[in-house]
Design a protein around this ligand. Structure first.
Ligand SMILES: Nc1ncnc2c1ncn2[C@@H]1O[C@H](COP(=O)(O)OP(=O)(O)O)[C@@H](O)[C@H]1O
Ligand SMILES: [Mg+2]
Length: 288
């Protein structure tokens, strides 16, 4: 009874858990080696790219050195951060060994502390080229190993598929974050995704962890979104992060403006949501 009373007096967050306080993370006095995290969901349009950009910018705001890797031939991450992706060396050139040193490919974004490895449509040919390579699943891991010491976090923005590129991302990673849009069929496909993560862990990367599930595009005014989120929490429990990203047109607007939301609309609730996500991940030990 006492717990029930305590529960009802505490303000509950969208996940139904009591709201918690996430302190501003202490400054790091040294940097690296990076923890590498794949932003992964084979469903398109769930917020992978938006979360990579804005979580990356939020972690950079807290003094973390962040490298965002565009690993989708659509190049939305590169576009959303305003970095050149055409007529410049890209992740494709690194994957194929045409460029050996990632430093030649890395570009600074307009956010201090946030760098980018861009991608463009060339990357769509990579799977075909890599199929016959020795250790074809480990190529991205080899590329990122060369620069891991320079960063605290490397975020890989995966394409919406579970093909060889995504397996490369998972093989290169310490952890996986899964953005889930609070919409019909959000859970469809997640079992297959988690199975893929487990297969990569068993066969290629024994230390791979499922770091968490991030509910995105949440509209607290609709019963439907609340029901979806309730089901997600019932299914994945503690894996679901407390921080939920609400639906707001400011996020697509910021992408069009090629800026993180923190620069485009610092007063918008989505800016605070991504800052809180960064603080929660530091507190959970997911990132330094
Ligand atoms: N919280 C949000 N609210 C509203 N729109 C969003 C939100 N997050 C992402 N979007 C928009 O939804 C679309 C898909 O998001 P995106 O991050 O590109 O997904 P993915 O990378 O998984 O395909 C984009 O136009 C993006 O701007
Ligand atoms: Mg994307």
């Amino acid at each position: 009874m006492a717990t029930r009373a305590a529960k009802s007096s505490a303000k509950l967050g969208p996940t139904g858990r009591p709201e918690r306080f996430y302190p501003v993370p202490p400054k790091l006095d040294r940097h690296g080696p990076a923890r590498i995290i794949s932003m992964c969901n084979q469903k398109g349009g769930v917020g992978k790219t938006t979360t990579t950009i804005n979580l990356g910018a939020a972690l950079a705001r807290y003094g973390r050195r962040v490298l965002a890797v565009d690993f989708d031939p659509q190049g939305a991450l590169s576009a959303g951060l305003g970095v050149a992706a055409h007529d410049v060396p890209t992740i494709y050139d690194l994957m194929l060994g045409k460029v050996k040193d990632p430093v030649e490919v890395i570009q600074p974004s307009t956010t201090e502390g946030l760098d980018v490895i861009p991608a463009n449509i060339d990357l769509s040919a990579a799977e075909v080229h890599l199929v016959s390579e020795v250790a074809r699943e480990q190529i991205l891991a080899g590329v990122l190993r060369k620069v891991a010491d320079r960063y605290d976090v490397i975020l890989i923005d995966c394409q919406p598929s579970l093909g060889l590129l995504t397996v490369n991302a998972l093989t290169a990673s310490h952890g996986v974050l899964i953005p889930l849009a609070c919409e019909y069929f959000a859970l469809r496909g997640v079992a297959l995704l988690i199975e893929t993560v487990e297969k990569v862990r068993d066969r290629l990367n024994p230390s791979l962890e499922l770091d968490g599930i991030i509910a995105t595009m949440y509209d607290p005014r609709t019963l439907h979104a609340r029901e979806v989120l309730e089901r997600v929490v019932a299914t994945f429990d503690e894996k679901v992060l407390d921080t939920v990203i609400n639906r707001t047109v400011k996020l697509p607007d910021a992408s069009v403006a090629a800026k993180p939301i923190l620069d485009y609309a610092p007063e918008n609730a989505a800016s605070e949501a991504y800052l809180q996500l960064a603080r929660e991940l530091v507190l959970r030990g997911t990132v330094a």
